[in-house]
Structure formats: C-alpha cells, structure tokens
Write a protein that binds this ligand. Structure first.
Ligand code: DP6
Length: 359
C-alpha cells in the first residue's frame, strides 16, 4: 500500500452533525522507535505491547459550519478547556487533511480524559492521538459506509501515526509492529500491524507495573529526541540493531524463552537511553531512583530466579515487566521494595491489552 490509498474518493452522503466516542489504549515498546524521517516515517521498526488500563477516552462532537476556510475546534481535558493542546492538534489536522478532506467542513468539540493521572510522566500522545484518529475514521465511515473493518483500522493507525509515531501502535492489541522489516511479513512504515506469528503462552497476560519515578514534564520532547538521531554517530548501527532485535524477538516470542526475552528488552531500553546520552546535545533522562530500581530488579532476579525485567521510555519512569504466573511474588516485591522509589509512592498495575473500543 502507499499513502495514495488513504486519499478518499468523493463522499456521496452528507451529515449535518453527530457525536462519536472511542477509548484507546496506550502501549509500551519492546523494540523502540527512536529516530524518524520526513512525514513521520520511522528510521527503524518497533514492536509494542498494547496496555490494558492506561487509556484515553475521546468524544468528538461535530457540526457542519458555514465558513470552510479554517480548522475550527476546541479541546477539553476532564471537562476543562485546554488551549495548550490546540497547536498539536492544529499540526495534526494539517498533516492529515488530504486524507480526511472533511476536516474544514465541521466545527469539532474534542472532549478527552485519561485513565492515568495527567501529570504522571506517562505520555498520552499514543492513546490520545489514536483515540482522535479513530473518531475521525468513524465520521469517514458515516460518509462512506462501504469501508471495510481492515481498512478502517489501517487508516486509523496511518492517521494516528501522523499525529504521533507511537500512536500508530495503539489501535489494536496485543502485540503491534510498526515499520518495514524483512523478518515480519506485511510490516510497513505507514501503519501498525498485528504481530502475525505464533506467540508462546508465557507472554499471554504479561504484566506491566509502571513505577512513576518522576511525574514532571518531559525533559526532552519526543520531537527534539527523534531529531537527535540525525547525524548521531551511532545512528546507523542502532537502526540496523533494531531490525536484528525484531528478528531475534520473533524466535523468542515463539519459543517462550523468558531469559532471552529479558536480555533483549532490557538492552533495548538501555540502548534508547544510551542514544540520548551520546547525542549532541546529550541528556540523562534516568533519575537516581531509576537506577536504584534497576539494580534492585537485577538482584531480586539473581536471588530468586524469577523473570522480572524492566523497560523504559524516554523518561525516568520504569515499566516492570513479568509473566502472569510469577505475578503474586513479584508484585509483593514491587510493593515492598520498589514503590518507595516512586514519587508519592505512585504506581500503576497494568498488563498486556487489546483493541481500542468504540463506546
Ligand atoms: C521512546 O511516538 O512520542 O516512546 O512521533 O514525535 O510523537 P512522535 O514520537 P513518539 O516517540 C516515542 C518514542 C519512545 C519509543 C517507542 O514508543 O517506540
């Protein structure tokens, strides 16, 4: 498929107004997307677990308007008008306009809320942009009822990607691949696809306890972060490594080898941070407590032989990943030993989840 396939033909039906609501999940990458080209095309492929509890719920009210020159919309977070979100959505609308040409025809009231605390340091861009993209696809479906379900999801992911790369992986569950790579049939830079191969029982209901080490604003925005990969001395090796890691992960996901899984995902997390530490300018996004937690995880794993591991996104919070069958003991350990390192002892118990839902 190409971008052209997402440009619709002239719509035959017309709608005056309406309202649609979608609930969309967040996701956590195992092989990380870090570095992008023009038009939100990733420099390397990535794969993520869709989450079950961390979600955005967005209602889109739309009313046909007279003046079709500008985009007109207002954004509300938890019922409160949030003008600070407008520039990001304005940019999103500009990027997707040719694919959803009805954008200037309507006034949109966008009402959104998250199931996780707003200033938790958990990025809401993946769940937020995917929820909005899905709402827009529902309008397109009204205008063109013939759209197939497969196309609906592909285009929702395609639009979400233009809002935020990782949002392309937040339309479906439970393992999503985004970015073209030879080892995964059907993978594409344009949108996320469901991981198409066998996954061992060990990874079913995999747990993710998110430790909120630092709930502040992101120190480095993802746009700035991705740009740091341009002219980065290790960029080429890193991009090649992501392809290799995805190929290796394919074998691991089939065999269920948890030790190999842990080695691969922890290395991915630390590589992401290593890229930030070795760019110019350079950043350390981990906090002392991030390292305390990592060290505690490593000693507990050594002492017990249990399969506790971690991954990170572009910040100080730690995602503690572990299999369902070891959940009881590991959660006890987290509560007794790790939660003390969180800001206000805050953490979120999540696990691998499934598709976004229309409400
Ligand atoms: C470190 O998707 O937030 O979480 O495309 O600029 O919106 P933009 O970036 P974004 O980047 C996420 C980076 C990451 C790794 C990942 O989720 O794969």
């Amino acid at each position: 498929m190409t971008e052209q396939d997402f440009i619709p033909e002239v719509y035959h039906s017309k709608i005056e107004n309406g309202k649609v609501t979608w609930e969309s999940p967040s996701n956590i990458a195992l092989v990380k997307y870090w570095g992008k080209k023009k038009n939100q095309i990733p420099e390397n492929p990535s794969i993520s677990f869709t989450l079950n509890e961390c979600k955005t719920i967005t209602t889109l009210n739309y009313t046909l308007k007279e003046n079709k020159t500008d985009f007109e919309f207002d954004v509300f977070l938890d019922g409160k008008k949030e003008d600070a979100f407008k520039p990001k959505i304005q940019t999103f609308f500009e990027r997707i306009e040719s694919y959803v040409p009805f954008l200037r025809d309507y006034y949109f009231k966008i009402e959104t809320s998250n199931t996780f605390p707003h200033s938790s340091g958990i990025a809401s861009s993946a769940s937020g942009m995917s929820a909005l993209a899905l709402c827009l696809m529902s309008i397109e479906k009204e205008l063109n009822p013939e759209l197939s379900d497969v196309f609906f999801n592909q285009k929702a992911s395609f639009l979400a990607r233009l809002g935020s790369g990782s949002a392309s992986r937040s339309i479906e569950g439970d393992l999503i691949v985004w970015g073209k790579t030879d080892s995964i049939t059907g993978s594409t830079d344009l949108f996320g696809i469901k991981y198409p191969y066998k996954v061992h029982e060990n990874f079913k209901e995999y747990q993710d306890t998110i430790l909120l080490v630092d709930k502040g604003e992101k120190q480095v925005s993802s746009t700035v972060g991705h740009n740091l990969m341009h002219n980065h001395p290790f960029a080429k090796n890193r991009f090649d490594q992501a392809h290799e890691n995805l190929e290796t992960l394919k074998t691991i996901l089939e065999s269920g080898d948890l030790n190999q899984f842990i080695a691969l995902i922890e290395s991915e997390a630390l590589t992401l941070h290593a890229m930030m530490m070795t760019s110019m300018p350079y950043f350390i996004l981990m906090k002392p407590n991030t390292l305390e937690i990592i060290n505690k995880i490593w000693s507990f794993r050594k002492d017990t032989g249990l399969h506790i591991s971690f991954t990170l996104d572009a910040g100080a919070n730690v995602h503690v990943l572990y299999p369902k069958k070891e959940a009881k003991v590991i959660l006890e350990f987290i509560k007794n030993e790790l939660v003390a390192y969180c800001q206000n002892e805050q953490y979120i118990c999540d696990r691998i989840g499934f598709d976004a839902k229309q409400l």
